[in-house]
Write a new protein. Structure first.
Length: 202
């Protein structure tokens, strides 16, 4: 087999493994506030959307990131055309259990390996800062960084906690903007979602 084909297949295998791990991570992250049933449901949604992306377009699978919290799907990353972004949103809605799709996909030619490495560094730093701060329940937050824009999704205990998370994010070098899609622990939407999920499992 041609060495280029071998390397390509190896790369695809690694990407699939990493995305599988990401799905498992969704299952384990935010368990504190979500509960096991909600976390498992989110993991299944994540896996289903990744499958839709992979089957539709390998570039979409590679370039669009997915975070799921209690059926709320955050899509980040970048695509080259508006149609690609629209396709990603439509495919996300196909996954069973999705109750909201938050579109933060950028249409741009920017990026490259240098920016990718900067984004990875920022994501590592915000995760470390959240874990290190005893006043923040870091397990309840997920983060994504795209071209210097840091996105937050999760469940906040209160506005003070979320404010601290945002402050930490703004103090990281390289962060151009912070966008929060976190909701409060007592948000009425959570009770409605949990009730529906319970009815589904009964």
């Amino acid at each position: 087999m041609n060495i280029l084909i071998k390397n390509f297949l190896l790369l695809i295998s690694i990407i699939i493994l990493l995305n599988s791990c990401a799905a498992i991570n969704v299952t384990t992250s935010s368990v504190k506030e979500k509960g096991i049933k909600e976390a498992i449901s989110d993991g299944l949604i994540d896996a289903a959307i990744n499958k839709e992306f992979f089957n539709h377009d390998i570039n979409m699978f590679l370039n669009v990131e997915i975070e799921v919290v209690e059926g709320r799907v955050l899509l980040t990353g970048s695509v080259k055309k508006p149609k690609h972004r629209l396709d990603a949103i439509k495919l996300a809605w196909k996954a069973l259990g999705v109750r909201e799709v938050i579109n933060e996909i950028d249409i741009t030619e920017k990026g490259g390996i240098k920016q990718y490495l900067i984004d990875v560094k920022i994501k590592t730093q915000i995760r470390y800062k959240a874990i290190s701060d005893k006043e923040i329940s870091s397990i309840n937050y997920n983060f994504e960084v795209v071209n210097g824009i840091l996105y937050i999704i999760g469940i906040s205990n209160n506005k003070k906690e979320l404010k601290k998370v945002v402050e930490h994010a703004n103090n990281i070098k390289g962060v151009l903007k912070v966008v929060s899609h976190a909701i409060m622990k007592n948000d009425p939407r959570r009770k409605k979602y949990q009730r529906k999920l319970q009815e589904k499992n009964d």
